[in-house]
Design a protein around this ligand. Structure first.
Ligand SMILES: Cc1cc2nc3c(=O)[nH]c(=O)nc-3n(C[C@H](O)[C@H](O)[C@H](O)COP(=O)(O)OP(=O)(O)OC[C@H]3O[C@@H](n4cnc5c(N)ncnc54)[C@H](O)[C@@H]3O)c2cc1C
Length: 314
């Protein structure tokens, strides 16, 4: 009957991947944990797979997130599965910046105030401009523009271990369905992206959702030994990263399209204007840049990668 459950789950995910987004967004909006129960799937599929998967995708162990956001996350999973950027999360902005003329992007500069015609920085004083797009996290955005809403956040802690003896789980993501310890999910990440691991060694990256326990190192090690079925006392802890305000909470009712144009000349984007994901941040940035181009009267494609019109096409 495990096989039957798996087949039904596979079929449900395939169907979900093809449901139009508008149809998902028309469904009643509940906390995700409640909506799952109404799915018509066996309890052990829900508790053994969907709950831990959604907790991982949403960084929300209690599944208080809007069911519409949960459906969008599951739909994206069903359509594309999981991936990590090769080289680490910072590769995505680096690749985007590389498409711009050299010198366009300056990093390590702290903005202390914004207006429609200027930005004041801690390091370089005032910089005049025609429009400002504020692309910070929600708290920094509200510090710079008081009145912007600051959501609640889900905390996330990531623990990296290295070892000479790789556990035999391959590139699979292990989800903890039993809540047998603090780890929500873990993977032998060097199997997925060897560039992240110390040379010739294995890297195991594990995520703790919610507030971490005081004895984090011991509790995580003990839990990982159970999840991987191998002793972990000789694993070396490489790094522990705790982010208290990691992911903006998306409780129902969640506005998936918060305004990005505040005034002509002043715009805001980020995961807090859309869904709390990289895709949400990018989508809100796309909406904001479209508004800026429209206000500035600019024409033409927003995509530098679009092919230039040829004589025949023009
Ligand atoms: C541990 C962890 C794991 C995650 N895992 C995933 C995942 O698997 N999938 C997923 O989709 N999302 C994940 N997220 C969420 C994802 O990282 C965010 O949703 C995304 O980075 C938001 O992008 P953003 O551009 O809105 O904001 P950010 O990435 O927060 O970028 C905002 C930038 O603004 C800068 N800034 C702030 N204040 C100022 C100032 N005053 N002056 C100048 N610059 C300033 C900051 O330095 C930062 O570089 C995870 C987050 C964390 C913390």
């Amino acid at each position: 009957s495990d096989l039957v459950d798996q087949a039904r789950l596979g079929a449900a995910l395939t169907r979900l991947a093809h449901v139009p987004v508008e149809r998902l967004l028309a469904r009643p909006e509940l906390p995700a944990g409640q909506a799952l129960a109404a799915r018509g799937l066996p309890a052990r599929t829900i508790d053994g797979f969907l709950r831990p998967l959604l907790a991982a995708l949403l960084c929300d162990p209690a599944l208080t997130t809007s069911s519409r956001c949960a459906d969008l996350a599951l739909r994206a999973f069903a359509g594309g599965r999981l991936c990590v950027p090769e080289g680490g999360a910072e590769m995505l902005p680096e690749l985007l910046a590389q498409t711009l003329p050299p010198g366009t992007v300056h990093t390590g500069v702290r903005v202390t105030s914004v207006a429609t015609t200027s930005v004041t920085t801690a390091e370089h004083g005032e910089i005049r401009c025609r429009a400002v797009l504020l692309a910070t996290d929600a708290r920094a955005a509200a510090d710079l523009l008081p009145g912007l809403r600051v959501p609640d956040f889900h905390p996330v802690t990531v623990v990296h271990h290295t070892t000479d003896e790789a556990p035999g789980t391959g590139a699979a993501l292990l989800l903890d369905a039993d809540r047998g310890g603090p780890v929500a999910h873990t993977a032998l990440i060097s199997e997925v992206d060897p560039s992240r691991a110390p040379s010739g060694r294995s890297l195991i990256s594990s995520t703790v959702l919610g507030n971490p326990p005081p004895d984090l190192d011991t509790a995580v090690r003990t839990h990982l030994a159970r999840l991987y079925g191998t002793p972990t006392h000789r694993w070396e802890t490489l790094a522990v990263h705790h982010t208290r305000e990691a992911v903006p909470a998306m409780r129902p009712p969640h506005d998936l399209r918060r305004p990005v144009r505040l005034l002509a000349g002043l715009y805001v984007c980020g995961d807090h204007r859309d869904t709390s994901t990289v895709q949400g941040a990018l989508h809100s940035a796309h909406r904001a840049t479209a508004a800026i181009l429209k206000d500035l009267g600019a024409t033409g494609s927003m995509h530098r990668a679009d092919p230039a019109p040829t004589a025949q096409a023009a």
